[in-house]
Structures are given as C-alpha cells and as structure tokens.
Design a protein around this ligand. Structure first.
Ligand SMILES: C[S@@+](CC[C@H](N)C(=O)[O-])C[C@H]1O[C@@H](n2cnc3c(N)ncnc32)[C@H](O)[C@@H]1O
Length: 198
C-alpha cells in the first residue's frame, strides 16, 4: 500500500499493524518548518515498532508510474494542499491496480453542487489551496478514471474526537463538551472520508 503525505508515518504504521504486507510512505515536506523533526520521529517509531515501512522523501507527482501498482492508497489530509488536485487524482489512478482502493480524507466545502473552490490568500492558512464539496470530490474521482466514490463519514466542522472517552459521556457532559468545542475551535472546517474504487 501507499501512504501519500505520510508525515511521520502514523497511518503507515497503523496499516502495517493491521497486516498490510508492504507499505511505502511518501512525503515531500511541503512546509519544511513543520518537518524539522519528521525524519527523526519516523525513524524512532520505525525502530520501536520493528517496522518494515519504507519511507521516501518525494512528491507524489514525481513517483514513477513504474512503481509496482498498489492495492490500497491512503491520501489523508493532502488534496486540499495541492494546486492541481485533479492531476494528483489522475496520478494516483495510474499507481493503483485495477480494482484497488483509494481512501481519501480531507477538508470539504458544504453544498450540494459539484464544486472545487480555490481560497484567496486571506481566507486561509498559506499551505491550503482549495476545498471541494463531497459531490465535487466524487465528480473529480470519476473524471480521474476511478470506477466509483462513496462517502464513508464526515464531520460537521467541529472537532469530534469522542474516542477520548472510556465510557460514553452523559447528556450533560456531552453538552458541556460540545459547547467547549464550539468556543475553542470555531474555525475548524468540515471534513469527509471517501472510499474510491479503481
Ligand atoms: C495535513 S498533513 C497530513 C498528514 C497525514 N497524512 C495525516 O492525515 O495526519 C499533509 C502532508 O502532505 C504532505 N504533502 C503535501 N503535498 C504533497 C505532495 N505533493 N506529495 C507528497 N506529500 C505531500 C505535506 O508535506 C504534509 O506532510
């Protein structure tokens, strides 16, 4: 499998732990300041886990298509950082074996039309370029040559990390936590997780 924009390998190691036999993690370190420690933290995790995950510092668009086709591709938190997300999806399509699966996660725009919006610089932080609606992402996957795309889950723009709880919160606790999230993360944006068939 291929993990694109793997950062320090969190999802690559998770996939290996769930029996992915061969994992390639790639990242181009789009914002070098964020990645000062990434090679070290990846190496530390790899050693601690006794992992065989391979890491390559390379841009997705430069990955040779002669690389053996992948069964599964993770593309988490990346598409909206790209100026040409359609080109990236076409590239992924060429790297995926027929019948393989792409899992795509990222920021979305709300709305029912199939749209891709490019942000003005003052609208958002500098490494984010664009966001599509869910039907926009589905349309883009279709145009890139994938057979089908379906949304598996989405968040509504507030952080929903409910797995911090060992027991389900009471309604009162839940209300307090929801209010806190609204106050603390007012600018968090909606996101979606799609399964795309090659
Ligand atoms: C928001 S982070 C997501 C990290 C991880 N996938 C996750 O979901 O937690 C985006 C990552 O994609 C990488 N990236 C951006 N453009 C890329 C490209 N063209 N090729 C490879 N990696 C890229 C960035 O360097 C960064 O590490």
């Amino acid at each position: 499998m291929l993990d694109i924009g793997a950062w320090d390998g969190f999802f690559s190691f998770l996939a290996e732990g769930r029996h992915a036999t061969q994992v390639l993690a790639i990242d181009s370190f789009q914002n070098p300041e964020d990645h000062a420690d990434t090679p070290r933290t990846f190496a530390l995790a790899k050693e601690a886990l006794g992992s065989k995950v391979e890491y390559r510092h390379i841009d997705l668009m430069d990955l040779p298509v002669t690389t053996p086709p992948f069964d599964t591709v993770f593309f988490f938190g990346v598409y909206y950082h790209l100026k040409e997300p359609m080109a990236a999806l076409e590239k992924i399509r060429s790297l995926l074996r027929p019948g393989g699966k792409l899992f795509l996660e990222g920021m979305i725009r709300l709305g029912n039309q199939p749209e891709l919006h490019y942000f003005a610089p003052e609208e958002i932080e500098p490494t984010t370029c664009c966001a599509a609606t869910i039907s926009g992402l589905e349309r883009m996957c279709q145009l890139a040559g994938f057979r089908s795309a379906r949304m598996l889950s989405r968040t509504d723009g507030i952080k929903t990390r409910v797995w911090f709880y060992s027991t389900p919160p009471s309604r009162l606790q839940w209300g307090v936590v929801s209010l806190y999230r609204h106050l603390a993360f007012p600018s968090a944006r909606p996101r979606a997780f799609l399964e795309v068939l090659g």
